[in-house]
Write a protein that binds this ligand. Structure first.
Ligand code: SF4
Ligand code: SF4
Length: 153
């Protein structure tokens, strides 16, 4: 008998007591340097439906081919390269996702990406670009696991 996997799990889940996080709607994770917001075909169809346009039109007008597959377009703003769906108008001083319910899984699971959860140091690094980390309620381990394990590779 070996207990190795269980030991590994407890060692790697250094966040077993949960992590504080509350999004401030700063928009920092949706802008900045060039990046990629990938999505599956099913997500693309859902986004097109949310926009009230055809999937073809969504692909043509809002996406491009990136190194990891289709990615949402970006637009240059004073803040950097914003995701084309980042809305800086509706809520003064805030930046919100205009796709919110239909946003890709990659967006939904931030900041609980496996790479950010590797260690306290990795989490602290993520906090430098996401001011919601370390604020607000404690997100329990069960909820973190769901986000972590749903993050696309
Ligand atoms: S960077 Fe963090 S706090 Fe800011 S919008 Fe993104 S998730 Fe929310
Ligand atoms: S789809 Fe929404 S959450 Fe994702 S990067 Fe674009 S604006 Fe941000």
């Amino acid at each position: 008998m070996t207990t190795y996997p269980a030991v590994m799990a407890s060692e790697t889940e250094w966040y077993a007591d949960g992590l504080e996080f509350e999004c401030t709607l700063c928009g920092a994770c949706c802008t900045g340097a060039p990046g990629y917001v990938n999505f599956t075909d099913a997500e693309g169809k859902r986004i097109a439906r949310a926009l009230g346009i055809s999937a073809r039109r969504f692909y043509d007008e809002y996406t491009h081919e990136g190194p990891h597959g289709r990615s949402l377009n970006e637009v240059q703003t004073d803040e950097g390269l914003d995701c084309v769906f980042l809305d800086r108008e509706s809520m003064p001083g805030k930046a919100v996702c205009s796709l919110y319910d239909a946003r890709p899984m990659q967006c939904k699971t931030w900041p609980f990406w496996p790479e950010n959860l590797k260690s306290p140091q990795a989490w602290a690094r993520a906090a430098r670009s996401c001011e919601g980390i370390g604020q607000g309620p404690v997100i329990p381990i069960e909820a973190i696991r769901i986000e972590r394990d749903a993050t696309p590779e």
